[in-house]
Design a protein around this ligand. Structure first.
Ligand code: ADP
Length: 259
C-alpha cells in the first residue's frame, strides 16, 4: 500500500489534522515483481550454458586439445549446450510473440486426426530410444477450426513431455475424441507424475518440478506456458490429473462453437 499525506490548516493557520490517501498498489507491485523475476530467470538460464561453453573452450585452449578423447568429450558438451541456448532463445521468442498484444492465430479448417498423427510420428524416435510404446487411439476425421502450426506445437510439447517424464519401457497413450460440442485430446503417461500442490505452478514460465531432470532432457521450462497461451487463444483449456509414481493425464478441451 502506498500512502500520501497532507496537513490541513484552519483559517487562522492553526493545524487541524491530516488527510491520508491509501493507494492499493498490490497488483502493480506484483506485476513489477513478476517482470523482475522473469528477467532474472532469463539471465540465469542464458548464463548457465554460456559459462559451460566458455569453460570448456578455455580448457581446450589451455592444452586439453592434445588429448583426443577429452577433446571429443568437451566438444560434445559444447555442442549440447549450444543447442540448449538455441532452443531457449527459440522458446523465448515464441512466448513473447504469443504474449504480445494483438497476437493473432492463423485460423483454418483442420483435420485434427491428421495433425495429432503427424505429431506422433515426430516423437517416435524419441520414444524408441527409451523403449516407450506410443499407443494412439484417434477418432478418424475429426474436424476443427484452428491454427495448425500452433496446435502442432501444443501436441508436440505435451507428447514430448510425456515421453521425457516417463521411465524406460513405459507407455504413452494419445487419444482424440469428438463430442457434441467439444473436441478432446488426451495424453496419458505412466511416468513420474506431478505432486498435487505443484500442478498449478507447472504452467508458470521456467517452473520445473525437478530442475535437473528437465535440464538433462533439454527442457526449457517454457513449454507448458506456451501451451497454456495457445489453448487460451483458441478459447480452449487444459486440465491436469496426476499421481506421483503412477503417471499423468493432460486433457486439452476445444469448444467447437467458439472455433
Ligand atoms: P520442461 O521444459 O521443463 O519440460 P514444461 O513447461 O514443458 O517445461 O513443463 C514444466 C514442468 O512440468 C516440467 O519441468 C516437469 O517438472 C513437469 N511436467 C510436465 N509434463 C509432465 C509429465 N507428463 N509428467 C511429469 N511431470 C511433467
Amino acid at each position: 500500500i502506498q500512502v500520501n499525506g497532507a496537513p490541513i490548516f484552519k483559517q487562522d493557520k492553526r493545524w487541524q489534522g491530516v488527510v491520508l490517501v491509501f493507494h492499493d498498489i498490490t497488483g502493480l507491485k506484483r506485476l513489477e515483481q513478476m517482470r523482475k523475476d522473469f528477467v532474472a530467470n532469463v539471465s540465469h538460464e542464458l548464463r548457465t550454458p554460456i559459462t559451460s561453453i566458455k569453460g570448456f573452450s578455455e580448457t581446450l585452449l589451455d592444452g586439453a586439445l592434445e588429448d583426443r578423447d577429452m577433446t571429443e568429450q568437451f566438444l560434445g558438451i559444447m555442442l549440447k549446450e549450444s543447442t540448449r541456448l538455441e532452443t531457449l532463445i527459440h522458446d523465448l521468442l515464441e512466448l513473447s510473440k504469443i504474449e504480445r498484444e494483438g497476437f493473432r492465430l492463423s485460423i483454418s479448417e483442420l483435420n485434427m486426426t491428421d495433425l495429432v498423427n503427424d505429431t506422433v510420428t515426430l516423437v517416435e524416435e524419441q520414444a524408441k530410444k527409451k523403449d516407450i510404446e506410443i499407443i494412439s487411439d484417434l477418432e478418424t476425421d475429426v474436424r476443427y477450426t484452428g491454427d495448425a502450426t500452433r496446435l502442432r506445437q501444443v501436441f508436440l510439447n505435451l507428447i514430448s513431455n510425456a515421453i521425457t517424464y516417463t521411465p524406460e519401457k513405459g507407455s504413452v497413450e494419445v487419444r482424440l475424441e469428438e463430442q457434441k460440442d467439444e473436441v478432446r485430446v488426451e495424453v496419458i503417461d505412466t511416468g513420474i507424475g506431478i505432486p498435487e500442490e505443484e500442478i498449478p505452478r507447472i504452467f508458470e514460465r521456467f517452473y520445473r518440478v525437478d530442475r535437473a531432470r528437465s535440464r538433462n532432457s533439454g527442457g526449457t521450462g517454457l513449454g507448458l506456458a506456451i501451451v497454456k497461451h495457445i489453448m487460451e487463444a483458441h478459447g480452449g483449456s487444459i486440465q491436469v490429473k496426476s499421481e506421483p509414481g503412477e503417471g499423468s493425464v493432460m486433457t486439452l478441451i476445444f469448444h467447437k462453437e467458439s472455433s
